[in-house]
Ligand binder design. Sequence first.
Ligand SMILES: Cc1cc2nc3c(=O)[nH]c(=O)nc-3n(C[C@H](O)[C@H](O)[C@H](O)COP(=O)(O)OP(=O)(O)OC[C@H]3O[C@@H](n4cnc5c(N)ncnc54)[C@H](O)[C@@H]3O)c2cc1C
Length: 521
Amino acid sequence: MTSAAYLSRAGQKVLLIEKNRECGGLVNSFTRDGFHFDAGVRALEDAGIIFPMLKDLGIHLDVVKSKVSLGIEKEILHIDDLNSLTKYRDLLKKTFPESEGEIDEVIKKIRTVMKHMDVLYGIENPVFKDLKHDRAFILKKLLPWLPRFIFTVGKINRMNMPVEEYLTTVVKNSSLRDIIAQHFFKNTPTFFALSYFSLYLDYFYPKGGVGKLPEALKNKILESGGEIMTETKVIEVMADKCLVKDHNNIIYHYDNLIWAADLKTLYKVTGTEGLLPKIKTLFEESKNMILKNRGGDSVFSLFLGLDEPPESFRKIAHGHFFYTPSKIGLGETHRSELDYLLANFDNLKKDQVLAWLDKFTRLNTYEISIPGLKDPELVPQGKTGIIISFLAEYDLFNKIQKAGWLDEFILELENRVLQIISDSVYPMLKDKIIVRFSFTPLSIENRVGSSEGAITGWSFQKNMPVINKIQYSDRSVLTPVPSIYKAGQWAYSPAGVPMSILTGKLAADKAMKQNRRLRNS
Ligand SMILES: Cc1cc2nc3c(=O)[nH]c(=O)nc-3n(C[C@H](O)[C@H](O)[C@H](O)COP(=O)(O)OP(=O)(O)OC[C@H]3O[C@@H](n4cnc5c(N)ncnc54)[C@H](O)[C@@H]3O)c2cc1C
């Protein structure tokens, strides 16, 4: 959508093709029985990208701060400003009094990372500035910032090891390690994981729900003369002829194609006959890498409409809440024990899977979002909508579906989550439910076509198939075929909404440059 907004604003002929009825993918809101819910991301982080993009496109979005709380067992901390890091340290020390020194060490590291983040996001991202005409920005902001940026990038790149590995070097207590890291994706680079404290302060929420962001972009695209075709799925790309085919076998010609969806799909549906042999070889090499790799962790979300006013919840925590009901930590539950479950799935009884599920739900960390606490307009009078989610393994849901008991498993999972959250932080929850449904990793795969139901692109591993260093982000949008660019969660790692937007803009810039080159040749 970012690409389409920029290209149509520049007067290019743009067609955006979207398989769903609504645009926005994992940035999306919907209403069920009067309750507003966010289907994907629960709140947005500016990251020096979203607000500059909106400003540059002349889009006004009404937003509020999306305040975050963190909780472990009975202790809950509200993150209001930078001083909250001290409160976080105290919370950890109260929970793990035997590990005071180790906690100090981790907090020191988080502080260092926060300083790097201040540099990284210290100015509006130059990609969204008109550098040809904004001399004041170049002289007063960009040039003084660049040396600090280069220095910081060096530091960041040295903090690339998985956060679990880093924590093992400073923290002996495995429960403490888990509590700090278990709500991150597996093997998240240390810098990215520890930067989350800064990101908690950065979260904002569009009034009316996160879906207001794609709605605003959609209006911008249409206003600028772009065309949008929804409920249209691309099923084939004929790269040599610059054609794409949709599910109705309708064919469209392009000069430049920006692929902002699942990257494995692009490589599977693209025919390269007729391309130059050199490009074909590069494409095949790239395809091998891409298809060999996996999407990152997915998520399970339980959506509830409750006959209970938002005020009851406001007294406990902010509307964006990371809560861990047990300080024991997941340990091997979501690693070797899950691997064992998956490897031996066909020989296990349902009871064994459910016993694992007991432990998994009891020890996990939950992301809880209450839209009505961020915008009171989003719930019926005196009622509250709540979304409870946690990272979940796509393969497990896939195997259970194939074994024919997915609905039963989902019910068991929902019941356990309800019991645990009612027994711990929101006692009023269980008896007040009037709306209840959930999304699994399989729902995510079906809805946005994302490999392994991934929500932020590639899983973190040694041989990342895309660019993963910020100084090379400009190249992340290139593919071996000169007229095809990539953007979004699969184009760069680590990804999320801001990076999806940034790559969208970078891809649009490259496409425009290519068009100018073609016109001039
Ligand atoms: C519960 C949850 C919490 C999250 N929290 C955060 C967070 O705190 N911070 C953060 O930055 N990110 C977060 N994310 C991730 C973030 O939402 C995504 O990484 C981001 O929105 C990805 O955007 P995208 O446009 O690249 O891809 P997608 O949202 O996957 O969009 C791809 C689009 O392409 C369409 N499409 C796919 N295949 C085809 C086809 N063949 N033809 C036509 N159209 C097609 C899809 O329907 C979809 O609209 C979260 C996600 C979830 C689900």
